[in-house]
Design a protein around this ligand. Structure first.
Ligand code: PEP
Length: 247
């Protein structure tokens, strides 16, 4: 499977900074390069889409959608609107959406299903909090989050999964390659047990990925790529992480 390197800019890089990023981002090309996805803030999407220096092959997504198609939901955007604006993917269930904005498993699942129904590829994020890990609940948390999505997602959907331990996001704490492999194994086993027979689901690792640790994480068994927050804001660092994913 072709590796995937994704950058989640969170609430960083408005339109001007997005243009500046794309002016200096050198996207690795040639044999074995990963797919490269960037998730800018929604207000920066148009600047990225229209940028003359946007590297060919760079895929753009939004960080969040609403599960309804339209209506009285102030501040929200629908999957169809994001698609119309040039996004082809959306993050769903990022830990900040779950734990800062209070999204529960059912909401995350509805968003994933709405994205898929509109033709926007969901990147579904799952991950355990430190206290859940310490309590031995790694598998039960991941499976609860995954099952909710599998209950609603059509079997033909194209989607990606991202394992992002909450304790490793933006903290500088990185899961070891073995930790990542273990969690990815749990997710893959469940996909198989639930009879997933749709398109192959790449499973990414996210949490304090940097140029210096990206390669060993992507080399870990069961890891198909990385979802990068902080280090994706710097074009040089992000380019180095993409290069680290070259097979
Ligand atoms: C993220 O936001 O998905 C993430 C993994 O952040 P960071 O790389 O900064 O830990």
């Amino acid at each position: 499977m072709r590796r995937v390197v994704a950058g989640n800019w969170k609430m960083n890089h408005g339109p001007s900074e997005t243009r500046a990023f794309l002016d200096s981002f050198e996207m690795p090309t040639g044999e074995g390069v990963p797919r490269v996805l960037i998730f800018p803030p929604s207000v920066s999407l148009a600047a990225a889409v229209a940028h003359p220096g946007r590297p060919g092959g760079l895929e753009l997504g939004v960080q969040n959608i609403h599960f309804e198609a339209s209506g009285a939901f102030t501040g929200e955007v629908s999957a169809a609107m994001a698609l119309d604006a040039g996004a082809t993917l959306t993050l769903v269930g990022h830990s900040e959406r779950r734990h800062v904005f209070g999204e529960d498993d059912a909401t995350v699942a509805r968003k994933a299903a709405a994205a898929a129904a509109a033709g926007l590829t969901p990147v579904v994020c799952v991950g355990e909090k430190l206290e859940e890990r310490r309590a031995g609940d790694l598998a039960s948390v991941l499976l609860r989050q995954l099952d909710a999505v599998l209950d609603l997602l059509p079997g033909t959907a194209e989607w990606l999964l991202a394992y992002e331990p909450v304790w490793a996001i933006g903290t500088g704490e990185t899961a070891t390659p073995a930790d990542a492999s273990q969690a990815h194994g749990i997710l893959r086993e469940r996909l198989a047990a639930r009879g997933w027979s749709g398109p192959e689901v790449p499973v990414l690792y996210g949490g304090s990925v940097k140029p210096g640790n990206a390669r060993e994480l992507m080399d870990a068994p069961g890891v198909d790529g990385v979802l990068v927050g902080g280090a994706s804001l710097d074009p040089t660092d992000f380019s180095a992480i993409v290069e680290a994913g070259r097979r």
